[in-house]
Design a protein around this ligand. Structure first.
Ligand SMILES: [Zn+2]
Length: 399
């Protein structure tokens, strides 16, 4: 169950733990950092990492995947079988990571990357998003696809059921942006923000079918967008309109067809978030998606009101360039946190150049009432930056 009252946590990749040895890693997190909660990246995207204190490799190229062997019966519901991450060497790989943390009475949450994947679109090309020009997105699965939705729910249920996670913090559970996650970008001048928005729209058979069920003609819209892009993209970029894709534009362009399609997409994503929320509720776990929003935002493609009543922790961030402004912004953010949730903040220890400066930021957050603190990825941090975390441990001490 999610820790209440106070906690000090860190984001951590499974290999951060096992390359070092679980006991040695946890001894350091306990004794030098004073932490008592892990955000384990159980499903992650492809990346290149520099790992300054990893005893096995300083640089890691990783294709991403899941960092446990799939066991749950729910995997029988989907044709998509997950890509196993590099380094998972036994059926008990994640079990050992979780059990040894529980032995220390630590909280264990899972960070899960859902639809951004390098291996799965190659293995299951029918599950990719497809743009208005018919081009499949090479690194993004479509949330309209029932196989993808089953895959998402199997991931969540495995982590909550088999590994008793206290919560799920997600990334890329909805639709993705265009060219946002490219393998290698050779686009010298990016299309306008509005054209990128249009290119981000999926018109796979499942998106088209969902629209049809709500009396929206997606094929007609796709044709209009395609015609527009063939007019727009060949023009000299100096002639492009760089306006943002705001709601007024979206409501009116293409004779209102775009807005109706966005509304369908919003329903598609919101219902998936709702299903994940229900799974978390049934396991008494936290679904930790966003801040304090409680509205339905068609442009952002989500109905936050479905999750709002179930918020347990709300992640806040300070804005402003000086401590006074940061304090004011955090105080205002805390006032928006509903009574049934607790405020949390994540600090990136690598963005500070000394221990006192990190401590100052952490204690500022404590002063305004935040008792849940987390820190950015363990393996990507230098040893001395991790030791600075320990200098701030009073911030999540009780009292
Ligand atoms: Zn689609």
């Amino acid at each position: 169950m999610l820790k209440r009252g106070s906690s000090g946590g860190i984001y951590i990749h499974p290999w951060d733990i096992t390359d070092e040895g679980i006991d040695d890693c946890y001894d350091f997190l306990d004794q030098s950092c004073g932490l008592n909660e892990l955000f384990v990246a159980a499903a992650y995207h492809a990346s290149t990492f520099v790992l300054p204190h990893n005893p096995k490799r300083l640089v890691r190229w990783d294709d991403g995947g899941i960092y446990f062997t799939p066991k749950h019966a729910r995997w029988g519901d989907t044709s998509i079988q997950p890509a196993l991450g590099s380094g998972v060497d036994s059926d008990s790989y994640l079990t050992q990571i979780v059990d040894k943390a529980r032995d220390r009475d630590w909280g264990v949450l899972f960070f899960v990357v859902f639809h951004y994947s390098v291996p799965l679109p190659t293995r299951y090309p029918h599950t990719c998003c497809i743009d208005a020009l018919g081009e499949p997105h090479r690194t993004y699965l479509c949330p309209s696809n029932p196989d993808v939705r089953s895959y998402d729910l199997a991931l969540v249920e495995e982590l909550l059921d088999t590994y008793s996670g206290d919560g799920i913090r997600h990334e890329s559970l909805g639709f993705g942006g265009w060219n946002q996650i490219a393998l290698c970008n050779k686009v010298e001048v990016l299309p306008t923000p509005r054209d990128q928005f249009l290119l981000s729209l999926c018109f796979c058979e499942h998106c088209v079918s969902r629209a049809h069920e709500e009396d929206v003609d997606a094929l007609s819209l796709r044709g209009s967008i395609r015609d527009h892009l063939y007019r727009s993209l060949p023009q000299n970029p100096t002639e492009w309109d760089d306006s943002a894709p705001d709601e007024q534009w979206a409501r009116n362009v293409f004779g209102g067809q775009l807005w109706r399609y966005l509304d369908v997409r919003c329903h598609t994503v919101s219902s998936l978030f709702g299903e994940v929320q229900n799974l978390c509720n049934s396991h008494d776990a936290a679904f930790m998606p966003f801040g304090t929003r409680n509205d339905r935002d068609v442009m952002a493609c989500n109905d936050y009101s479905l999750m709002y009543p179930h918020l347990k922790r709300v992640s806040l961030g300070a804005t402003g360039n000086d401590p006074v402004a940061q304090r004011t912004s955090l105080q205002a953010a805390i006032e928006e946190v509903p009574h049934h949730a607790e405020p949390e903040i994540m600090h990136n220890q690598r963005s500070f150049d000394s221990s006192p400066k990190l401590t100052e930021a952490v204690m500022l957050a404590r002063d305004v009432g935040i008792r849940h603190h987390s820190f950015h990825y363990y393996g990507m941090s230098r040893r001395h930056e991790l030791e600075w975390i320990g200098d701030s441990r009073d911030a999540w001490a009780k009292g």
